[in-house]
Design a protein around this ligand. Structure first.
Ligand code: ARG
Length: 481
């Protein structure tokens, strides 16, 4: 492979020079590809990540070929033995990847021939790299979906633990980032449990559609060999073989759906990350992050920066970029396979890596953050968070229509704002001056504690309701801790 970092050379042969022709597909060629052709064509640098799936697919294919009498049992055994050895070589870093062999499929097949000789050359019977790569990539994305699901369940578990701890901790709830109504920190964290629950649902939903086996679709039209596609499907844990061979080799919906679910999940994490940035700012001081999830400044000794949260906040950039990139590669692509489709993998790998580290960092920060309840409570003394409760009191106790109550409460807020005090610091007389029917009962609803604990409606912020929802969520998401 050309070293991209090497200084440009004067020798024109370096760019026009030909390599030896391919031992795998070079039959009709008289010489090999130019270095440039090889460089643009080779995918081994990144598709080596598919080696486990490629080996699993080949083993299933060989088992099926033998079972259908297309290769001998001895050939099957030799192929399996060779593939196991290759798995070991790659896993232990003892495999030499070659760009001249283009991709993971030909690298493995070529090594298999070195190890076991002739039986290796029978493995590609009734198969094409087109159905092979579609199978490998589906298996890889399926494995990634499973590991993302486990990571999201772990994140939900941490959020539930912190929510339980803070089911009673009061803080301002915001709309427009302006103080709205008192909520509890536990209630706020539970919102994210639902968001990540929907993300898990989207991955699970996409996984069901993904789980059909393309193997045996061959190049695009199926094969004349008497293969058993149901057998390979079952061996690889697929629900069934794909129904149309041409679709099987052209379809990358599973990758698009993975990226779409990943993009939305990353957007959810970026919202939590942004809240963490806000909460731990000097202005808010609602939480602190430990040394484990912060960094210092090279010039300002006092700094403790929430870099992990900022990086999680940024991750949707590359994940949404990968989603866009793949949709654009596929748009207008005629059936069946086109080499364009080799450009499907890097974005998925990059997005999967970004998503994986973002989920881990989000769970880490969620476990690490320490709430500062005194600052959360102090923030509730600004912005009149119980103005809605005052209006609700007027409706409930005085029978006033809500629109009118809203107006009366607003007038009382205006008095408090003018005096620079809180609603619950006003006297009963101050309020009676606006609405004579108000009684001392009003004083009971103006505290933030009362405002929160009265919101017992299903899914509301009252601590008892939050605790009930935590118990229910643990069951609904099958999280046993
Ligand atoms: N490396 C190729 C890819 O990732 C494998 C399939 C090649 N197929 C072909 N007809 N050249 O798409």
């Amino acid at each position: 492979m050309t070293d991209k970092d090497a200084a440009p050379t004067e020798n024109p042969a370096a760019t026009t020079g030909r390599q030896t022709k391919s031992s795998i597909w070079g039959g009709r060629f008289s010489s090999g590809p130019s270095e440039l052709m090889q460089e643009i064509n080779a995918s081994i640098d990144y598709d080596k990540r598919l080696y486990r799936q490629d080996i699993a697919g080949s083993k299933a294919h060989a088992t099926m070929l033998a079972s259908c009498g297309i290769i001998s049992d001895d050939d099957r055994a030799a192929i399996h033995r060779g593939l196991d050895a290759i798995m070991d070589e790659i896993a232990t870093g003892n495999f030499t990847f070659s760009a001249a062999l283009e991709d993971i499929h030909m690298n493995i097949e070529s090594r298999l021939a070195e190890l076991i000789g002739e039986p290796a050359r029978r493995l590609h019977t009734a198969r094409s790299r087109n159905d092979q790569v579609a199978t490998d990539f589906r298996l890889w994305v399926r494995d990634m979906m499973d590991s993302v699901d486990a990571a999201l369940a772990e994140l939900q578990t941490v959020l539930l633990q912190r929510a339980e701890e803070h089911a009673d901790t009061l803080m301002p709830g915001f709309t427009h980032l302006q103080t709205a109504q008192p909520v509890t920190f536990g209630f706020h964290l539970m919102a994210y449990v639902e968001m990540f629950g929907r993300d898990r649902g989207r991955f699970a939903d996409a996984r069901k559609r993904l789980n059909e086996s393309p193997l045996g679709a061959a190049a695009l039209a199926g094969t004349s060999f008497p293969i058993d596609r149901h057998m390979t499907a079952e061996l690889l844990g697929f629900d069934r073989p794909t129904a149309n061979a041409m679709d099987a080799v052209s379809d990358r919906d599973f990758a698009v759906e993975f990226l779409a679910a990943a993009a939305l999940c990353a957007v959810h994490m970026s919202r939590l990350a942004e809240e963490i940035v806000i909460w731990c700012s000097d202005r808010f001081g609602f939480i602190t992050l430990s040394d484990a999830f912060t960094t210092g400044s090279s010039i300002m000794p006092q700094k403790r920066n929430p870099d992990a949260a900022e990086l999680v906040r940024a991750k949707p950039g590359r994940i949404i970029g990968s989603l866009n990139g793949l949709l654009i590669v596929l748009k207008g692509l005629p059936l069946a396979y086109g080499k364009d489709m080799q450009e499907d993998k890097e974005g998925v790998f990059d997005a999967a890596d970004a998503l994986t580290i973002a989920i881990a960092a989000t769970a880490g920060m969620t476990a690490d953050m320490q709430a500062v309840p005194s600052n959360m409570r102090a923030a509730l003394t600004k912005g009149f968070p119980t103005a809605t409760d005052l209006a609700d009191y007027l409706v409930r106790d005085l029978g006033m229509p809500f629109r009118e109550a809203h107006h009366v409460s607003g007038s009382i807020v205006a008095i408090a704002a003018e005096r620079g005090c809180d609603l619950d610091a006003l006297s009963l007389e101050d309020m009676k001056a606006v609405e004579p029917e108000i009684t001392a009962d009003v004083l009971a609803v103006l505290s933030c504690e009362a405002a929160a604990s009265m919101r017992l409606s299903h899914g509301g912020t009252a601590p008892d309701e939050v605790r009930a929802r935590i118990t229910e969520a643990r069951q609904r998401y099958a999280l046993d801790t």
